[in-house]
Design a binder for this molecule. Sequence first.
Ligand SMILES: NC(=O)c1ccc[n+]([C@@H]2O[C@H](COP(=O)([O-])OP(=O)(O)OC[C@H]3O[C@@H](n4cnc5c(N)ncnc54)[C@H](O)[C@@H]3O)[C@@H](O)[C@H]2O)c1
Length: 254
Amino acid sequence: MKLENVRAIVTGAASGIGRTTALELARAGACVIGGDVDLDGLKELEAESANLPGKIFGAHLDVANESMVKTFIEEAFEKLGDVNTLVNNAGILRDGLLVSRDEEGWLRKLPTAQWKRVIDVNLTGAFFMAREFVAMAMEKNISPSLIVNISSVTRSGNPGQSNYSASKAGIDAETRTWALELAPYGFRVAGIAPGLTKTPMLSHVSSEAQAEMISKIPLKRMAEPFEIWLAMRFIIECDYFTGSVIEVDGGARF
Ligand SMILES: NC(=O)c1ccc[n+]([C@@H]2O[C@H](COP(=O)([O-])OP(=O)(O)OC[C@H]3O[C@@H](n4cnc5c(N)ncnc54)[C@H](O)[C@@H]3O)[C@@H](O)[C@H]2O)c1
């Protein structure tokens, strides 16, 4: 698909990788509806895109809220006409060990709410978005269409991230499954598994933990969001690419 023909929904567009994706798409002449819970961030994004060849519209969205997702998708198709791309990028971290001992020796268990919120946003959110997007695109006979799911290098497991790693392993399974199910209807579905990337998400990770992670990356630095965009651009432009997840991780393996 040519970049200038993209009419995309990007979730989590107010910050980090989603923001870079929306801006680069608009720079290439594409139209984007950016969904996010961060309304101030969306306003800034719209303002930043004002002089670009494409257009970005911000809209309030909590991907974990099923009825809000339905309304968001309906309104996105009304606004852009034929939406042909969904980037499932919204994601959160709520790290914690399964069971640990605190300084006084008491056992601490990962709270259920902490487990659930990450699964609800990162995994179920992608499911709600994809289901409503695909249903609407099929109803309107929009083809070709594309879904890009954002996974993570920690999808194979990382201490303190059982919720996050499980959500990202799950999104990889969604990617492969939807690619197989939807190919006959003209959809491609692919993923990107970034390594540590310089975005505001890392404000949840201590600087000691960041330094420790960087020390394990062969290239000894984080990725820039633009470097994740390069993989996104490849997926959009290569019409033969589906069912796989591109690793952009400086050679890191967990
Ligand atoms: N930064 C990294 O090191 C890294 C590494 C691997 C994968 N990722 C993944 O990349 C994606 C983007 O992360 P980022 O680093 O740009 O983070 P970020 O925190 O900068 O951006 C995430 C965006 O998602 C939004 N968001 C959070 N919950 C939401 C919800 N319920 N509904 C809609 N929007 C919501 C946030 O408001 C924010 O704007 C995530 O899926 C993340 O898991 C990030």
